[in-house]
Structure formats: C-alpha cells, structure tokens
Design a protein around this ligand. Structure first.
Ligand code: ADP
Ligand code: MG
Ligand code: ZN
Length: 608
C-alpha cells in the first residue's frame, strides 16, 4: 500500500508561497519607488535635490524606467516610452546618470510561472472544497489517503503474548470467535458488537491486545491513530476515515484499530476557542462509517484511549463503541507474568528473582516492565555477559523507575501500607452500610491518573431517588479512607483530599438543593445542575451572608455526625480492617469473594 508522506499538503503550500515570492521579486525590479508624472519629473530635474539617476532599459525594446534617487533618500520613478528621448533630456540636465541594462524576463518567469502558480492555488482550493463536501474529488487527493497500516503476515501476536489481562482477554474472546465462525452467530440472530473501546493508561497493552485479537482470529489488522486524522486541511481527516473503512470493507472480515481515539472523539464543541471543525468532521465521518456498515458484516472496530471521560457520548452509543474493556495497570501476579514473557529469550542468572521484581514494581505498566527487562539485557551485554544478573535488573529499575516522569510510580512500602488501610476503610463501610452496593474490587495499584488506589462497588440497584439516609451513607463511605488512616497511623495524609471534597459536596447538596436540613429549610439555594470548579468566582449568591453561615454550619454538622458513625463502625471492625489491608499489601487487588472472606464469621450488613 502506498504511504504518502504526512505533510504533502504543507509542501504544496510552501511551493506556492516560494513561487509567488519569485514572481513578486522578479518584477519588483521595476516597481521600486513612487511613480511620478512627466511634469514632476521635469521639475525634479530642474531642482538640485537629485542624488543620482538610473535608467533601466532592455535593449530590445524602446521603453524603460527611470529611477531618481533624491538627496533625502527617497526614490521617484517614471516609466518612459522612449528611452532615447529621456537620455537626450538627461544629458542636458543631469549628465552623470547611469544606464542599466535589464535582461528581459525569461519566458519561464514571464509566462509559465504565473500559470503554474495559479494551477497550484486552484488545485489547493479545489481539493479543500472537494473534501469538505465529501465529493468524489477526495479520491484524487493522495494526501486524503488513509495512513492506515495493514498488517497480516507480520502479525504473529497471540493472546499468549499478552500476559496477565485475563478478564480483558475473556471479554475479547467472543470477538475472536465471531471472526472465526461468523455463521454460528448469524444463525442464531446474535448481534456482535461493532466497536469495542479499550480504556487504560498508556503502556498497559491496549495496542498489543488489539493485535492479538486479529492474530488469534487470523484476520487483517488495519491500524490508524486518531492524531493522524487531525491534519491541517479541513476534510483530510474525514477523507482518511472514509478511505480506511473502504479498505476494511474490501478485506472483511478484519479488525480496524484506532489508537488515541480521543484525538478525534473529544466532546464536540468543547475545543478551546470554539469548536475544532476538522476534528468534528472526522468524528462525524467515523460515526457515519460505523453506522454505515451492517451488523455482522465482519468489520470490528477496536479503539484505544486513556481518557474515556472526554469522549463524545455519541461514540459510545449502541451500534457504535458500545463495549468498553478496561485495561488496567497490572497487579503483582500480572507483573510476574509480563516479566516472564519479556524474559523468555533472555537468560537469567540464579540470583534474579522475578517474583521479587514483580513485588517491587507496583505501578509499572507492561511497557515499563518490557523496558526494564530490555535495559537489563543491554546492561548485561555491555559487560559481555551472556545472562542477566540481579544487579543489571536493579540498575535498570532505577533507570526506568526514576526516569523523570515515572518518579511517582515507585510506591514505597510505607505508602503502600497507608493506601491499603485507606482503601480498606472505604471498603468496610461499603460492605457494612445497608444502603451501599457490595464491593466489587479493591485495589491499591496506582491508576496513573493521580489516585493511589480505588474501591469499586458493584451497582446492584438502579434507584430513581436518593434518600437522605443513603446520602449520609455515601458521605460515610467517602470519609472511611481518612478515618482508617487516622485510626491506624498517628498521622493523616493528604491522600484523602478528593474524598473530603466529595463528602462536602454531597452534604452541601443535601442542604441547598434537596432541603434536607430543618435548620435551613426546604428551600433551593442551588439550582445549577453542573458544578464547575471555579464557577463560584464572580457568581453572585442569591442568599444572604446569614443563610450562608447557616449552610456552612449545617454542612459541618452533617459531616461531623457521619464521621463519628463511620469511625465507630471501623473501630468495631478493626480486625477486618487489618486483614483486608494485609491482603491488599500482598496482592494489591482483591475481588469481592476475597474481600468478603475477611469478615469471617462476623455477619454482614449488621447494622450500624
Ligand atoms: P498501550 O497501547 O496500552 O499504550 P502497548 O500495547 O503499546 O500499550 O504496549 C507497549 C509494550 O509494552 C508492548 O509492545 C509490550 O512489549 C509491553 N506490554 C504491555 N502490556 C503487556 C502485557 N500485558 N503483556 C506483555 N507485554 C506487554
Ligand atoms: Mg498503544
Ligand atoms: Zn479515598
């Protein structure tokens, strides 16, 4: 497949500018200075302001240009129809004039160049308009061609090459199976998803697993990156998308992989300083293409992003990317397996303990681990050793882990302990409080987005209303992390700031929006739906200082009450807290069963 260079359009533009420049300077010979009339010329000749005079003439024609340089530095110029006449006059009035022979413009400069320049300009204009309208013109533009890379023969990646990511592979297995045996699904009328979006921090293996899907199913793999679609010319992105899908349809069944989909899929109209037309067009085209091919046509679009929150909701609608697969940073076990994969062809000395390496690399992604093993191999090779020893790994660990931006990724044992107790605190309250959903996972793996860990509930009920009791329970859960920290350690950390913010905002809503405080009354003091950070600046409150003070004291009262109740529960479950925290320190991520087992024979959901 031909692969046009990325900046083709740019080269055209530069070419046009250079040509225009040539044209301009080519003629400017004659155009310097202010044009004057014949009378003015004569009167200047009679004055003694003249510094010098140059007569420019082309020998083949009688016409010429006389340029007069005045003593004050100004230029005056006059076009004359007969240079001989002028020379006669000058010999009389200003005999020290100079004659300059100007070569006639070459045919190229005079006739061909303007034609070429016009051609280029017209070509550009047409191509831009053609693409905008989505017309057939787009096809002749090779810079509208898709940059998608096609790989079939060289794609030998299988699920076995993707270590860990067990659940992710299970989710994608269905797609592999469909690509292999479409008839089976079509017969029973099943609708296979058209699009699956892989969400996770960079380096966690999204691209790798997408390739593995194609490899397992043995179908072509087309890949393109969202950022490639956002080019400088409006419409190029859209035309590339069109092209990519055209190619895919010819090769179905196949996988189309769009990396960095957030580059095109950002919420529309949310760009800085107005919308980004180009991006929106590309996104629209992508949605059109996805709606365009039928269900079970054999094209499955996989996309990757690390920011699902900024995506346009239209992308996630049914029939488009309606499946989401979270690709997380690996836990200890995952890291151990990834290390195994990446040390397959690397002989290790006896003193290298991959289990230990796995334990000490919390927060490392698959890419980091691959890098770690590679650096270790390089360090061994430098010393002409045929195997990697523990020292190589240690040194590379410092290199990879302490590399500028990855600094935050190294989690000390102390931090790990604190995070474990913090999350255990949240989790216990989730479990004990009746109104809250059961815990699905608890993790102390850094998310790569600023959080040290997370506790995720399994939403069981889809309730329409929030009750006062439930909102209080939510506040208690939010405070749980901080409470556990303060019970177990003498000190408290800054790690709970977002929890505190959440608790405060829930309490505030209870009072100012839902009228749940007797003190303040059933009055809505806050009718804005969205709460933007910093919106309060210059936002005039519609209530008095007096009411504001009351609201603040009520917020504090609710939070204090919740804190006390939550603290009581955690103290009562101190043994569970220790067990959960220990388990988290060991495994980093635990599921519902493991978590609930920590409660032992203490009956669950016993009341507060
Ligand atoms: P992403 O697309 O999520 O940014 P990649 O798939 O490009 O990450 O991963 C980069 C590299 O890291 C891969 O080529 C591979 O060598 C390594 N890697 C990442 N995750 C894994 C994994 N689960 N198993 C094996 N190798 C992995
Ligand atoms: Mg990638
Ligand atoms: Zn927390």
């Amino acid at each position: 497949m031909e692969k046009p260079s990325k900046g083709t359009g740019l080269y055209f533009l530069i070419f046009a500018i250079v040509m225009l420049g040539l044209l301009y300077f080519g003629n400017s010979y004659f155009t310097q200075g202010e044009s004057i009339s014949n009378q003015e010329f004569v009167s200047i000749l009679d004055s003694d302001d003249i510094h010098s005079i140059t007569v420019s003439q082309n020998k083949e024609v009688p016409t010429g240009v006389v340029v007069v340089t005045l003593k004050n530095g100004q230029y005056k110029k006059i076009n004359v129809s007969d240079v001989n006449e002028t020379e006669k006059l000058l010999k009389e009035k200003f005999p020290s004039y100079k004659v300059e022979d100007v070569k006639r413009d070459s045919v190229f400069l005079q006739y061909l160049l303007p034609v070429i320049v016009m051609g280029v300009i017209l070509f550009l204009i047409f191509s831009i308009m053609g693409n905008q309208g989505g017309g057939a013109n787009a096809k002749m533009m090779n810079f509208g061609k898709s940059l998608a890379k096609l790989s079939t023969e060289d794609n030998k990646i299988r699920f076995d090459d993707v270590a860990g990511l067990k659940e992710e592979k299970e989710d994608l297995m269905e797609i592999v199976d469909f690509l292999k045996n479409p008839a089976k699904y079509i017969e029973v009328g099943a609708r296979i998803p058209k699009g699956v979006i892989l969400v996770g921090p960079p380096g966690t293996g999204k691209t790798l697993i997408a390739k593995a899907v194609a490899g397992e199913a043995n179908v072509p793999f087309f890949s393109a990156s969202g950022s490639e679609f956002v080019e400088m010319f409006v419409g190029v992105g859209a035309s590339r998308v069109r092209d990519l899908f055209e190619e895919a349809k010819k090769n179905a069944p196949c996988i189309v992989f769009i990396d960095e989909i957030d580059a095109v899929g950002r919420k529309r109209g949310s760009g800085m300083g107005g919308g980004h037309d180009e991006r929106e067009q590309t996104l629209n085209q992508l949605l059109i293409e996805m709606d365009g091919f039928g269900v079970n046509e054999g094209i499955i679009v996989l996309a990757a992003t690390n920011r699902v929150d900024i995506l346009d909701p239209a992308i996630l609608r049914p029939g488009r990317f309606d499946r989401k697969v979270m690709v997380g940073t690996p836990d200890v076990e995952g890291r151990r397996q990834i290390l195994k994969v990446h040390s397959k062809n690397k002989p290790l000395a006896d003193d290298v303990d991959l289990d230990e390496v796995a334990r000490t690399t919390a927060g490392f992604t698959g890419a980091d681990l691959e890098n770690l093993m590679n650096e270790s191999a390089i360090s061994a090779a430098k010393e002409n050793r045929k195997f990697i020893n523990a020292n190589d790994v240690k040194e590379s660990f410092l290199k990879v882990g302490v590399g500028t931006e990855k600094k935050s990724k190294i989690v000390s044992d102390k931090e790990k302990r604190i995070t474990a107790y913090h999350e255990a605190g949240h989790a216990i309250l989730f479990h004990v409080l009746e109104d809250m959903d059961p815990v699905y996972t608890v993790s102390i793996i850094p998310t790569g987005m600023g959080a040290a860990g997370y506790t995720m509930p399994l939403p069981e009920s889809d309730e329409m209303f929030n009750t006062k009791g439930k909102m209080k329970h939510e506040i208690m859960v939010s405070l749980g992390g901080r409470i556990a920290e303060s019970i177990v350690f003498d000190d408290i950390t800054t790690g709970a700031s977002s929890d505190i913010k959440k608790a405060t905002s829930t309490a505030k809503k209870m009072i100012t929006r839902y009228g749940m405080s007797d003190e303040v009354g059933v009055i809505c003091y806050d009718d804005d739906e969205e709460v933007f950070i910093g919106r309060d600046f210059g936002h005039t409150r519609s209530y008095s200082e007096n009411v504001a003070a009351k609201i603040d004291s009520e917020i504090k009262a609710i939070i204090d009450e919740c804190y006390k109740e939550a603290e009581k529960i955690i103290i009562e479950h101190r043994d569970v807290l220790d067990r959960v925290a220990e388990l988290l320190i060991e495994k980093e991520k635990i599921g519902r069963e493991e978590f609930e087992a920590c409660f032992g024979n203490i009956s669950q959901n016993e009341s507060m």
